[in-house]
Design a protein around this ligand. Sequence first.
Ligand code: ATP
Ligand code: MG
Length: 244
Amino acid sequence: MSSSPKSSARRIGIMGGTFDPIHYGHLLAAEESRTVVGLDEVLFVPAGDPAHKRLRRVASCEDRYIMTLLTTLENKNFTPSRIEIDRKEPSHTVDTLREMRHWYAPEKVDFFFITGLDAVLGMTSWKESEELPKLCRIVAVNRPGYPQKALDSLPEALRDAIIPLEIPLLSISSTEIRRRIEERRSIKYLLPETVEQYIYKKGLYRKYWRTSINENSAHSGCTPAGDGRGLRRGGLKSKDLCGA
Ligand code: ATP
Ligand code: MG
């Protein structure tokens, strides 16, 4: 599979993530990959039941999908995908890539999985990680705290599939955004304004959403938007949750 922009195959980037919430770090990684690697389109794929994030409560699939949709409206080359959130089973990248290759004729498309260095370094623990290089190239963007040199520690087959990409470092994470909301600090300029408004309107990430690990593990799969699950637990009315 070629990484050259001269290939006649359609070049599709896949930006996977929990997107809880989506922020400018994700957007910058996708846009830099699109322009530097030469991609025709970037699909944003929110994870359904993130296999590696079961130790904390995650906003509903629909909320994360809607925030992704709102964000992708701003760029005609970005498209949101429901492929993982519509799947009943936990999300695994290898399954998503296989499904996508099944949809598109494999000879007509080259896939580029876009991911931050923190995630790349954990890839060997992903389901069938040795299959990934057969299905896509991996665009590894740098992220504060993760030097490109760390890629040397990866198995050769995985390393050969990687296109390292230096992007302007943005020290933004979803964890930091959630923490700021709990602490009633501003999240302005860390993520698109439409997403910020959506978070406040739905009352996402307030501290009374905190649940124990046991409760959390009961929350698998996707629930309809605005199912009130988090609100009922705390006995709060929706009006309590509106506004910053
Ligand atoms: P969390 O703090 O909840 O883990 P996150 O900010 O890391 O959230 P994810 O949804 O886990 O966001 O990440 C999706 C992908 O985007 C991962 O490959 C991750 O490395 C990458 N990514 C996230 N933030 C940045 C950033 N600021 N710069 C570059 N890549 C990023
Ligand atoms: Mg992360």
